[in-house]
Ligand binder design. Sequence first.
Ligand code: FAD
Length: 391
Amino acid sequence: MNTNLIFNNTEIAFSLKSDSQLERAYFLFKMISIEPLVRIGTVATNFALKAHLPVEGLIRSTVFDHFCGGVNEDDCLTVINNMYEKGVSSVLDYSVEGKESEIEFDAAMKKLLKIIEFAKNLNAIPIAVFKPSAFGRFYLYEKLSKGDALSEKEQEEWLRVVTRFDTVCAKAKAYDVAVLIDAEESWMQDAADNLVTQLMVRYNTEKPIVYNTLQMYRHDRMLFLEAEHAKAKAGNYYLGFKLVRGAYMEKENDRAEDKGYISPICVSKAATDQNFNTALNYMLENLDDMSVFAGTHNEDSSYLLMELMEKNGIANNDARVWFGQLYGMSDHISFNLANEGYNVAKYMPFGPVKDVMPYLIRRAEENTSVAGQTGRELALLSKEKKRRKLL
Ligand SMILES: Cc1cc2nc3c(=O)[nH]c(=O)nc-3n(C[C@H](O)[C@H](O)[C@H](O)COP(=O)(O)OP(=O)(O)OC[C@H]3O[C@@H](n4cnc5c(N)ncnc54)[C@H](O)[C@@H]3O)c2cc1C
């Protein structure tokens, strides 16, 4: 198989984009490549939304529509169906963040249950996702991860968190929809990991339904993966893991420096890349025991996974291997992989404009700081504009 260059096909990559959508995407990435503009834009947008100025329409027709599927599930349907016609599945990601009350946690759980019901009847949505902090207070995860005892009231609160996780995973199993559980900051992750492992024991008896996330920028994650593998073999259940590099690097390094402990993050980008590749290798060699969802925009990692599949005699559409990217980013990877018959899903964030703003701001900032990625998006969009003779 010639894995070389398949990502360069911009005709396939942008086949769903009209000429005007292509122009809009180009304009958008051009804007967010200008750092001061993102900084000022972020402040101005936050202010305008708080002051109830009529900016929602503007946000919707620009950054929101590029990075989000809609304000609710139904709103996302057209995009979901269009993508699926090209072989790309969707993972509906209810991206409302920063909620801290029991009512809001229950509402997030109900939303997830609704998404799973929605997914049950749609082949285009084979997978659901949630963040641990959407179902319980960060403080509780942190306290448990430190090994501190919870008060009686906190124990009751934690039980409600466990019940929310369990209710969602039980429904996912009943409806045969896989559920990915995102990973967050290292100082809360142990509690989430322990809980997810228990759920894998319960629900991954016939195949992986519950997936935890491995952030390979953490230098301890290979050991964690091997230990989880040994437990799963002994306990006779399957593992599911989403493999990512990790999104909280600066926060992690700053905290470690502030508090004077060794950072959990690999010493360099090359070390993270190496760690990611080692995990990919390990998982592909043990695919009888586990499934992998590779959440990455890195071309080399995506090519490596394709090569490992070929080397291990795994069919392109084997249900145990998925590639994942975010909606609005790296379409050249997603659509070209799907065109070759691989399983691909894009995280599709949705929610009220005001509530998904933190997510949108992160995307804008990420594309500003990961200069290479914006440059790559611009180069690809520009190539397609030329091909369509729009320049
Ligand atoms: C579908 C999907 C799901 C995701 N889910 C999660 C999740 O649950 N939790 C989460 O934390 N993130 C998640 N992410 C984000 C992900 O962790 C990365 O931040 C993002 O995808 C960029 O990494 P990359 O693999 O695309 O490639 P690249 O752009 O090649 O890698 C960038 C990443 O490398 C690492 N890195 C950069 N510089 C250094 C350095 N100096 N030293 C060490 N490491 C470095 C960082 O992790 C950085 O984000 C998800 C991403 C996708 C596409």
